[in-house]
Design a protein around this ligand. Structure first.
Ligand SMILES: C[S@@+](CC[C@H](N)C(=O)[O-])C[C@H]1O[C@@H](n2cnc3c(N)ncnc32)[C@H](O)[C@@H]1O
Length: 472
């Protein structure tokens, strides 16, 4: 199930962290640490009703079990699941449509029937039931999973397993604490074909959280997860994965981890008010261009009133800038290149530069976000430089220099995105980037030839002028 695992890492345990993964030997950046299939895949909490075969929007019901939602293309879903619903006593035909949130918990329970080892692995995963008991999330699961299920005869027992409220809450806890996002496949036009799903990967989920990760996770369209080292990892070092978002502020990360994963992070980034010098949570200092730390808890209140006082790299400002970069990108794509407003290209370039400055510190090594930012940076630099050259604002040697910078950014982007599976959005981007690298190299050759011609021309004119002067 989990290949490469025994060769690269081992499981350890402490009271503070529970179980965690440690590198067994030195691992190089970009090396595959493990590949793993999920033991359960299912829709996210509160997902739209989707096909149990492929998770695309559902439009009909399975002809065999007469209960499972399916899409037009799928004629079946998992055989154990189908058989279970087919023989579920007194279960209403619309039950799964009305209570779609129970789909993934039931898939977990059905492991008891289909694969006892996987079921035991699932129950060994952290659920934090004691911390969750009686909280808002517990009550929500009580209302939308436990009560509807236990009211129905069909779910009260699976073979000799008596299903209790405590067991269902435990499964909901395991799902909340341990699942990884699985993005759908893309079609040939790059459009996402199915809804987001979540999957349980027992080995990978053992990784400890750190706000600066040393691994990269790539999940392909068949839900297989591959874990790579994003930087060199020494034997004995912990394997880390960032459970939150890189560009969240300390306040947002800490809140997410405390409320959703039930621990307080004390990593180097969280312990440093400047967030490793990036000032992602800082107000703007009135005395210097840097920033100063503040009571992060009060930050949200301050933001509304003082948005002009936030550090330019503050996470909220960066988030807005990231959205702006996305908007500019769509705008640039909707125009013919020669008509794209120059201001848009300049702004996009600036935003990418800022984003890269922060990402290099907070997500060092091989990083999906850095790869995408590098790609966008190269695209803006090529387009803007071409325009500047066409209008005579820059000369050919400067164009050449900028194109060479863009080429190395694009090469670096490909080096980071090459880990992404071809069916994912980043996989599509990698393919596009590879074609564009070829085109860019051809363009650079043309510009080199143009520069050569211009130089010869200048020399020729210089000689002619000199000769002319001599004659005079
Ligand atoms: C996905 S599980 C990781 C595996 C888990 N340690 C186990 O024994 O099954 C996530 C849980 O591990 C613990 N954990 C992970 N990273 C941690 C960290 N940096 N500090 C403290 N606890 C951490 C927390 O209890 C968290 O909810």
């Amino acid at each position: 199930m989990a290949n490469n695992f025994e060769n690269t890492c081992e499981i350890r345990k402490t009271d503070q962290l529970g179980r965690f993964l440690v590198a067994k030997r030195d691992i190089k950046a970009g090396e595959l640490i493990l590949a793993e299939d999920p033991i359960v895949v299912g829709p996210y909490w509160d997902a739209d009703i989707s096909c149990l075969g492929c998770l695309r929007p559902a439009s009909r019901t399975c002809k065999k079990c007469l209960r499972a939602p399916l899409c037009r293309e799928c004629s079946r879903h998992d055989a154990v699941e189908c058989d279970f619903y087919e023989h579920a006593p007194n279960l209403g035909k619309n039950f799964l449509f009305d209570h779609f949130n129970i789909i993934t918990p039931i898939r977990c329970l059905l492991l008891y029937r289909s694969d006892r080892q996987k079921y035991d692995e699932l129950l060994a995963m952290e659920s934090h039931c004691d911390s969750r008991r009686g909280t808002e999330i517990w009550l929500i699961h009580e209302q939308y999973v436990v009560e509807p299920m236990l009211y129905e005869e069909a779910f009260q027992q699976i073979d000799d397993l008596v299903v209790t409220a405590e067991l269902l809450q435990r499964i909901c806890g395991v799902l909340d604490v341990n699942t990884f996002e699985i993005r759908g496949n893309m079609d040939s036009q790059g459009v996402q074909m199915n809804n987001l799903a979540r999957g349980l990967y027992p080995r990978t989920s053992l990784m400890t959280h750190n706000c600066q990760t040393n691994t990269l996770i790539a999940v392909d369209g068949m839900s297989k997860l591959r874990l790579y080292a994003s930087i060199a990892i020494k034997a004995g070092e912990l394997l880390y994965y960032n459970y939150t978002r890189v560009l969240f502020s300390t306040f947002e990360r800490q809140t997410h981890l405390r409320k959703g994963k039930y621990f307080v992070c004390s990593c180097a980034r969280c312990s440093d008010p400047t967030e490793l010098g990036t000032h992602l949570s800082s107000l703007k200092c009135t005395a210097c261009a840097d920033g100063f730390s503040l009571d992060i808890r009060n930050l949200e209140k301050v933001i509304g009133k003082h948005s002009k006082t936030l550090n330019p790299h503050h996470s909220l400002v960066l988030e807005a800038k990231q959205s702006l970069a996305g908007e500019l990108r769509s705008m640039c794509m909707s125009y013919d290149l020669q008509n794209v407003p120059r201001q848009a290209l300049k702004r996009k370039l600036e935003l990418c530069e800022e984003m890269l400055q922060v990402l290099r510190v907070l997500d060092p090594g091989i990083s999906r976000l850095t790869g995408i930012a590098l790609y966008e940076y190269h695209a803006a630099l090529v387009d803007l430089s071409r325009r500047n050259h066409d209008t005579g604002e820059i000369k050919t040697p400067e164009l050449l220099e900028r194109l060479q910078i863009a080429e190395s950014a694009l090469k670096e982007a490909i080096g980071m995105l090459v880990f992404e599976h071809p069916t994912t959005p980043e996989g599509h981007l990698t393919k596009k980037a590879m074609c564009e690298l070829k085109e860019l190299r051809e363009y650079i050759q043309k510009v080199q030839a143009m520069e050569e011609d211009e130089r010869t021309d200048r020399q020729f004119r210089g000689k002619r002028n000199n000769t002319g002067k001599g004659k005079k």
